[in-house]
Design a protein around this ligand. Structure first.
Ligand code: GLA
Ligand code: CA
Length: 778
């Protein structure tokens, strides 16, 4: 009897809720082709969540949803730039209390994988690096040679380790593994840099298994001992193909897909991205059948509140505020068809002692009736104190991290029109002369030049620059905001570099927005709008901001994020946890201007309403490809079936501009062309790398019902495809795409995947291939 009691007490000490052992001597190690948890084979089924993208009050609900979807682990990034917003001032409290997040995961019977960066990508401002690093003029990000960068990253890792090392599994916590850096092979190949990063992570996390993540195509770009290797890929991937090279090099390593992309991120001005359940679920099952561990990126994306969204480049394309990601758990914490598909699949693959979690209660959604913002404050009537600077400089040099910045100077008289050129504009500007807006410039479209009219004496130039997300991926992550170099005015014969600026900084903090002088009535031009709305009961809502231009919204002091009328996102998510019964305050800063100052709270988001403009398409107005005088290097007929098709060319051909012309579809009367992936095989029999490829032309692209632009043929994602216009008047064959390969290549053949979901529409039959060393005439 006594013994039995002792055992019960012992068991309840050793185990937390739901069977995670809290013993000091737990282990997680690499076995032969498998992971070992306390010496026994263990398959990780992880769900990626980002704590800053979820209001703290909802953390547990999201974790429980992951468990209910069939997961046994939650994977997290650390976001350095939210924790150290000013050098050496660390914040791990409240919404930033990541240790609390990890403990909540453990409380709910789940393990945790930590990816502390310090660079994390994640569609997050500067990939998680703090903006203040950019105050160092010659900074080299993610490079060993930059001792300042290396010292700051090490410091952050040490501080992060103090928070989380006690939660390593060997210490009785739930952290199984910790990642070193993030997809470094896509950025560089310096093994010494990664070695130092690994050693720094090891100092911060002394016991846990370390790992790194890269792609099946590039993981070998650098070498790193003593860490596990995992690979990232997306919905619909061919599992054999993804792990093939890796397994040849590492025949006994456990296999893990550290990011299995459930959907994709949205960017302003680009069509909404989705990945179908069909394309997604098959490869997941395949991984389970082969006992391959995985992490769903994202299980639930959430929201990039405030200024935290990042950007892609080049071309520059900033992220929307919603990070819904078309993930199985929607932005509001709602279940979706994908959620249930995953839950239904994974319940068949539970391991010993595991059980499927209950689906937690849904968070209520309310519909807020239309209200109006009746007070306003003009930006020009509320200028902060000016700073003076002889040369124009970036925002960071004025100690400003995010927001908008106004540059003012005088222009000399001119009787003729002139051109003004800005180098470099980051990211969106309105140019005013003597208080009148004369035009807009948008970095997404590569705009940097504006015509200015004849000028009277002593004219005043104002350039109001809105900073969007900092680049988070690739070799252009060094992305200072505002105007980074110079502004020149030229009349054709003389060019003048403008000097002696007055600079006004408009930061993003709530106090600043609150303290401008509001008045009842409308304004014309950039400025703030304030209003209130009353609630009898609180709940989550989506604010329809589609009548507003571009800017940010604060509700009860919380920055909900950016809006931009170009879409595709037209609503902003407001967590009920931030709303109050009774009176709520809303402030909208619009640096363009609203058509109406009304707002309505909807029960469902609008994430897919894009205002199309020509810049989305790879075919410019008036362009038409004429191939009548060209000779194809190859022509033929593809087979009428699914899967990858291989074509060997009759002879090796060389050229830089590759054109595929599609003459007809397999199905008669099918005007569409669709194409998921295209690979070109070099004379050496190897795949030609796509890093330098650029689409120069596509005769037609569907961008209304979804994102089917021609770039999708070499984005290495099987589930995405180029599709000619399918909504409205369908253009007829022939259809063509031209790719600039970046340099002259010798090509021996091609491989091509129609589309993953095996739908027959648009399957190519007869084709021609053209290859030239000079651009095609358009
Ligand atoms: C990569 C990165 C992630 C994220 C995804 C795309 O895999 O590692 O941080 O950026 O791409 O969503
Ligand atoms: Ca694709």
């Amino acid at each position: 009897m006594k013994n039995k009691l002792l055992i019960v007490i012992l068991i309840s000490c050793l185990f937390g809720h739901d069977g995670i052992a809290q013993a000091q001597n737990n282990s997680f190690t690499l076995g032969k082709k498998e992971f070992l948890l306390n010496g026994k084979p263990f398959i990780i089924r992880a769900a990626e969540l980002h704590y800053p993208r979820i209001p703290k009050q909802y953390w547990e609900q999201r974790i429980q949803l992951c468990k209910a979807m069939g997961m046994n682990t939650v994977c997290i990034y650390l976001f350095w730039n939210i924790h150290e917003q000013k050098p050496d001032q660390y914040d791990f409290t409240g919404q930033n209390d990541v240790a609390e997040f990890v403990r909540l995961i453990q409380k709910n019977g789940m393990y945790c994988i930590v990816r502390p960066g310090p660079y994390v990508c994640a569609e997050w401002d500067m990939g998680g690096l703090p903006w203040w690093l950019l105050k160092k003029k010659d900074i080299h990000l993610r490079e060993l040679s930059d001792s300042y960068f290396m010292e700051r990253t090490k410091k952050f890792l040490d501080v992060a380790g103090k928070q989380l090392a006690p939660l390593q599994i060997q210490n009785g916590g739930n952290i199984l593994m910790v990642q070193v850096e993030n997809e470094y092979a896509a950025f560089g190949s310096d093994s010494a840099y990664m070695k130092t990063m690994r050693d720094n992570v090891r100092k911060a996390f002394d016991k846990v298994q370390l790992f790194r993540c890269d792609w099946g195509s590039n993981f070998n770009n650098y070498k790193l001992d003593d860490v596990a290797v995992s690979l990232n890929f997306g919905a619909g991937a061919d599992i054999d193909k993804e792990f093939k090279v890796f397994q040849e090099v590492n025949p006994t390593a456990p296999l893990m897909c550290s990011e299995y992309w459930t959907g994709w991120y949205d960017r302003w001005g680009k069509p909404h991205e989705t990945r179908s359940v069909d394309s997604f679920i098959g490869s997941l099952k395949d991984m389970m059948d082969r006992k391959i561990s995985f992490s769903l990126y994202m299980a639930h994306g959430g929201t990039s509140f405030g200024q935290w969204g990042g950007a892609n480049d080049a071309p520059f394309s900033p992220m929307t505020t919603s990070y819904d990601y078309n993930a199985p758990i929607g932005e509001q914490g709602n279940t979706t068809e994908k959620f249930f598909a995953i839950r239904n699949l994974l319940k068949n693959y539970l391991q010993e002692d595991e059980k499927l979690g209950e689906i937690p209660a849904a968070i209520p959604v309310i519909e807020i009736p239309t209200f109006e913002l009746k007070e306003s404050a003009s930006l020009f009537a509320n200028l902060p104190l000016a700073k003076k600077s002889e040369n124009i400089q970036s925002m960071e040099n004025f100690d400003q991290g995010w927001g908008r910045i106004l540059y003012r100077t005088k222009l000399v008289a001119s009787t003729t029109k002139q051109k003004m050129v800005i180098a470099d504009l980051h990211d969106w500007a309105t140019v005013f002369i003597n208080g009148k807006a004369i035009g807009r410039l948008d970095r997404r479209k590569g705009e940097n030049t504006i015509e200015i009219p004849a000028l009277p004496k002593n004219s005043q130039l104002d350039i109001l620059v809105e900073a969007l997300g900092r680049v988070n991926y690739g070799n252009t992550i060094l992305d200072r905001k505002g105007i980074t170099e110079k502004v020149e005015v030229t009349n054709g014969s003389t060019t003048k570099d403008l000097k002696n600026w007055e600079v006004y900084n408009f930061p993003v903090d709530y106090a600043f927005q609150k303290n401008v002088k509001y008045q009842t009535g409308a304004i014309n031009g950039p400025g703030w709008h304030k209003g209130t709305f009353n609630l009898t009961k609180v709940g989550d809502a989506f604010l329809d901001v589609s009548t507003w231009g571009i800017g940010m919204v604060w509700v009860n002091g919380h920055n909900l994020g950016r809006f931009w009328k170009i879409g595709p996102q037209q609503t902003l998510y407001v967590p009920g946890a931030w709303l109050l019964q009774g009176k709520n305050e809303i402030i909208i800063l619009d640096v363009d201007k609203p058509i109406s100052t009304k707002v309505t709270g909807l029960a469902k988001p609008i994430l897919d309403k894009i205002n199309i403009d020509g810049s989305l398409l790879n075919r410019k107005v008036g362009q038409k490809l004429d191939l009548s005088l060209e000779t194809p290097v190859q022509s033929g007929t593809f087979t009428n079936d699914n899967g990858w098709k291989n074509v060997d060319f009759q002879k090796v051909s060389t050229g830089r501009y590759f054109c595929l012309e599609v003459l007809n579809s397999q199905k008669a009367d099918d005007a569409l062309t669709t194409l998921s992936e295209l690979e070109l095989i070099g004379a050496d029999g190897k795949k030609i790398p796509v890093a330098k490829w650029k689409i120069v032309y596509a005769d037609s692209e569907e961008v209304t019902s979804g994102n089917y632009t021609a770039e999708k043929v070499f984005d290495k994602q099987e589930s995405t495809f180029w599709q000619t216009q399918s909504v409205g008047a369908k253009p007829v064959h022939p259809h063509q795409i031209i790719i600039d390969l970046g340099e002259v290549e010798a090509i021996k053949g091609l491989r091509y995947l129609h589309r993953f979901d095996n739908k027959p529409e648009g399957m190519i039959k007869d084709y021609k291939v053209f290859l030239k060393s000079v651009p095609f005439k358009l």
